[in-house]
Ligand binder design. Structure first.
Ligand SMILES: Nc1ncnc2c1ncn2[C@@H]1O[C@H](COP(=O)(O)OP(=O)(O)O)[C@@H](O)[C@H]1O
Ligand SMILES: O=C(O)c1ccc[n+]([C@@H]2O[C@H](COP(=O)([O-])O)[C@@H](O)[C@H]2O)c1
Length: 195
């Protein structure tokens, strides 16, 4: 069986942290990070607000991300080996791909491929605090969080909800180990025991 699991949600919600735990815990588990598909800086539009528009779907090469997912779907063991993931002989028929990213559920061609979609949230103040300690390849200019990042997060989340996308919400302020336990338990109940 092949399962694609989405770890989506707000910037600094704990997606990467949770994904690392899942990779350590699940058999034959590969990952694709949406952040790896940002377009080059000179292709990022500048908005009327003066900010480079990083937090919109158009800033990501989603076709390339979809191709990567298709490569996994075509041959998960080959994909795993190519990415240094050992294929466990005891579980030859279970393969899991975790997609991790802040705009996972806004790209329609991927939407139906998920076996389970998780969505991490943290309140505005905590998100802003975490973001202020983070250094990205392109550093945030002053005012980006309030002027662009948070408004775009709210917009895409509203669209996701209005579109009826089925997600399991996770409280990103819970301790890391509890979140990992919650997701592993949910995956076992919803997918891994039911095949
Ligand atoms: N459950 C948690 N509780 C408190 N801090 C967390 C938690 N998960 C992650 N963090 C911290 O929040 C920041 C962002 O985490 P990260 O996993 O990189 O988020 P994302 O991938 O969603 O941007 C990091 O400093 C990380 O250590
Ligand atoms: O990774 C990069 O090259 C990069 C360049 C510019 C901006 N980002 C930020 O990366 C954020 C999404 O990643 P994350 O891990 O915080 O969910 C998003 O809010 C962007 O503003 C990321």
């Amino acid at each position: 069986m092949k399962y694609i699991v989405g770890i989506g949600g707000v910037t600094n919600g704990g997606k990467t942290t949770l994904t690392s735990g899942l990779l350590r815990s699940l058999p034959n588990c590969c990952v694709v990070h949406q952040d790896d598909f940002f377009k080059p800086q000179d292709q990022i539009a500048v908005g009327k607000d003066g900010f480079k528009q990083w937090d919109v779907l158009e800033s990501l090469d989603m076709e390339a991300m979809l191709s990567t997912v298709r490569a996994w779907l075509d041959n998960p063991p080959k994909f795993a080996r190519a990415h240094g993931v050992p294929v466990q002989p005891g579980l030859p028929d279970t393969h899991i791909l975790v997609l991790e990213g802040f705009l996972l559920y806004s790209y329609k061609p991927l939407l139906d491929l998920y076996s389970r979609r998780y969505f991490l949230t943290v309140p505005y103040e905590e998100c802003k605090r975490r973001r202020s300690t983070r250094s990205y390849e392109v550093p945030d200019p002053p005012g980006l969080f309030d002027g662009h990042v948070w408004p775009m997060y709210l917009k895409y989340q509203r669209e996701m909800e209005e579109g009826g996308v089925d997600v399991v919400y996770l409280d990103g302020t819970r301790p890391r180990a509890e979140l990992l336990h919650q997701v592993l338990e949910d995956l076992h109940n919803s997918l891994l025991n039911c095949s």
